[in-house]
Design a protein around this ligand. Structure first.
Ligand SMILES: Nc1nc2c(ncn2[C@@H]2O[C@H](COP(=O)(O)OP(=O)(O)OP(=O)(O)O)[C@@H](O)[C@H]2O)c(=O)[nH]1
Ligand SMILES: [Mg+2]
Length: 307
């Protein structure tokens, strides 16, 4: 890699730290929201529904002293089927490949057995673990303290940190604790690199986020987005993407009455994409059916779950 993008001050330091940390937790713990808050830019999609994230999402944060490579992971669950298993594999592989694991827990978490299973997996990886109590803005101090106390008894944690991504509370403290656990090493990525995912993946995810948020019941879970074409001319981006559903009956739901649902998904996604890419975007989305796509390798590959 080209280190020239770093200040002389940075490269001269022989105590620069660089390494990876996983953000792991049960579905809905607030992992992706925290990653975006830490980076100061949205790269990971979020929603109030569980199992939003399907892939290990890489987010890179470079400061004067360190480069932290964050790996946001799919919420740990035990759902059946090929896609769920592939999602869990992403989480397990991330846990095993990082220097430090942040295990995130909502202070209102009641899925204690599932949380214990996750902690067993994390501990087996051998990396130090920080317990991060999320969404502190959503509870009173007493509740946060109680949650921290009972969850902290479930494993040996290096640190316990309450944070709020929404209020940007304690994010600096968490970052310092992570950096402490990283090896002294030069940066791997350039200072301005935010992620390693190709733009087509980010586009698909931003569209999936809106479909995931706006649709109900099983439909969000049966959606796959494929970015088919991206053209950039005169500072404008033209994107063609397909929303793929699992069953014929879902096609009409995604399109909506008179095309209203598809229009809403498209207009919300376009706004988010314009913010991300910093340019005007024309977004054309169409809907197609691929029966039971989530059990097919070729389609899981589109989601980035298979090599
Ligand atoms: N009040 C509050 N809500 C939060 C905070 N962080 C996340 N949330 C909410 O919690 C919900 C889940 O957030 P996500 O970031 O998608 O959770 P996740 O852990 O990535 O979920 P999966 O990808 O499904 O595993 C969303 O509705 C967020 O808005 C926070 O700091 N405060
Ligand atoms: Mg997520």
């Amino acid at each position: 890699m080209d280190n020239n993008k770093f200040n002389k001050k940075d490269s001269d330091k022989n105590c620069f730290r660089c390494g990876m940390t996983a953000l792991a937790g049960l579905p809905n713990a607030g992992k992706s929201t925290l990653l975006n808050a830490i980076l100061g830019e949205k790269i990971a999609i979020t929603s109030s529904k569980p199992q939003t994230t399907r892939n290990a999402i890489i987010g890179i944060k470079t400061t004067d002293d360190a480069q932290i490579i964050y790996v946001d992971t799919p919420g740990y669950h035990t759902g059946g089927g090929k896609m769920n298993r592939a999602m869990i594999r992403q989480t397990e592989e991330a846990i095993l490949s990082v220097n430090i694991v942040c295990v995130l827990a909502d202070p209102a978490e009641r899925r204690i057995d599932a949380f214990k299973t996750l902690l067993e997996k994390v501990n087996a990886g051998g990396a130090p673990v920080i317990l991060v109590i999320t969404k502190t803005d959503s509870r009173g101090k007493e509740d946060i303290y109680r949650a921290a106390e009972s969850l902290s008894k479930l494993a040996l944690f290096k640190e316990i940190v309450p944070v709020s991504a929404q209020k940007m509370f304690n994010l600096g403290v968490l970052e310092e604790l992570i950096i402490r656990e990283l090896p002294i090493a030069p940066p791997i990525y350039n200072r301005d690199e935010l992620t390693t995912h190709p733009e087509s993946f980010i586009i698909s995810e931003f569209i999936r986020e809106q479909a995931f948020t706006l649709l109900n019941q099983e439909v969000p879970y049966d959606i796959l987005v494929e970015t088919e074409k991206v053209e950039e001319t005169d500072g404008k981006m033209k994107i063609t993407a397909a929303i793929i559903v699992s069953r014929d009956s879902q096609k009409g739901i995604v399109i909506g009455k008179g095309g209203s649902m598809l229009k809403e998904i498209g207009s919300r996604a376009r706004k988010e994409l314009e913010k991300f890419f910093g340019m005007k975007i024309r977004l054309d989305i169409w809907v197609k059916v691929k029966e039971d796509w989530s059990s097919k390798d070729d389609y899981l590959r589109i989601q980035g779950l298979y090599k």
